[in-house]
Design a protein around this ligand. Sequence first.
Ligand SMILES: [Zn+2]
Length: 488
Amino acid sequence: MGIFKLPRQLLNELNRQVRGFWWGQQEKEHRIHWVSWKQMSKSKRSGGLGMRDFEFFNRALLAKQGWRIISSPNSLAARVLKEKYFKCSTFLDVKKGSNSSFLWQSFISARSLLKEGLVWRVGDGQSIDLWNDKWLPQPTSFKLQSSIRFLPSDTKVAMLIDRTTNQWNYPLVEAILDSTEAECVKRIPLSPYPTPDKLLWRGTSTGAFTVKSAYFLLLELEKQKQGQSSVAVEEDTVWSSIWQLGVPVATKNFLWRACLEAIPTRDRLLQKKVVDEDSCPICRIHPETALHALWECPSAQDVWSQSNRRIQKASFPCHSFKLLLEACLKTFDEDELVEFGLTAWKIWKRRNEVVFGNTLSHPSSINQSVKLLMDDLHQAHQPVRQCSSPSSVLLAWEAPPQGKLKINWDAGLDKASCKVGVGAVVRNWEGKVLATAYAAHQAALFVKSMGWRGVIMEGDSLQVVNCLNSKEVADSYAGVLIKAARDL
Ligand SMILES: [Zn+2]
């Protein structure tokens, strides 16, 4: 699957097998699939389960092969393929060819996905078409939207860079671009040394390709193709909150299904023509929806009336269980939400005991079992919380070994006014301050100019520190500066 484009029939069969397994289907037995495959294959943030649709997954895996050809052009496979299929061109530009192998056709089939996800990181600007390529760190087009003026249509980005300082030519940038795009361009960091341009993957913060990000980009593109708007922010919050709740996985799955009206209530069974009427099996008065079974039914209210006082007093005029949960998320604290989720789950189990066992347990026994479960969960989560607490980490400056210097650097960002404050201090092994400078790169530059050797750099940005320590070239927009600091 990672090498060849599989036939659609086979991919559909694989999807069918996974669907059947999820709903507990045995061989040729038929079970109701309460949630559509389309919904299940959405990401968890968008209301799905993050199940991989095999057709899309196949394409994401093939896109990875294309990424390898582009990012490792000296690998044996990339050199062989270049020699055979794109000797005088690039992988992204070459035509498909009619007599090519199945392997090559498979790689080419995922190239459109790769083209969608790739953006240029500006180095010297020699390889990037100013007006046509994607190089602006600005969704969704990543291309310039300003109309072409003054400069010809085949101009390279290098035209906007001052070769003497290796920085943007501000007057020219402001002259040819509208003010918003000019500001965006001026914020792109440039290396003080000539650096080649590089293609980055926009699906990750590091700029490196991952199959997971390619898969979800493909889903997003399909959605746009079908003219669907992106998912509302509030809806994302509900789904994310369910999966982050400190309750057992079975409870999370239950809440997710209840929000989608995907539990076998009488109302849904009537829609599926399994039963003839939709009245609640306990009160026998109202139609049984998820909201009724778990919240509105008098038998459910008997249970809620014995729970936490804030939950007891809660009054949410809602039309569905999902809206009820949304209201709870805005009102309750974490412990109350856990109690709410567990109680709803237990109420459903109690309702099933009535339907299948004809026994209705006392409301207090439900609350009792919820409290026991909450105590267990608290105990289980306690050690993890202690370990992850940042306050438990002692932060103190440590002197470098004798004969060495240490640079401590930090940066602050004011998003409102788009201003950055950066600073660094150089101290010797006795803790004596030798100099102050700004930014990791500027500090390194300063140290070099002073001719100091054996310097330790210390900062609080994990990503920057990792990149500085890594031998790999950092694949992010700021990677050019990190490389420049490391080269010093
Ligand atoms: Zn009822």
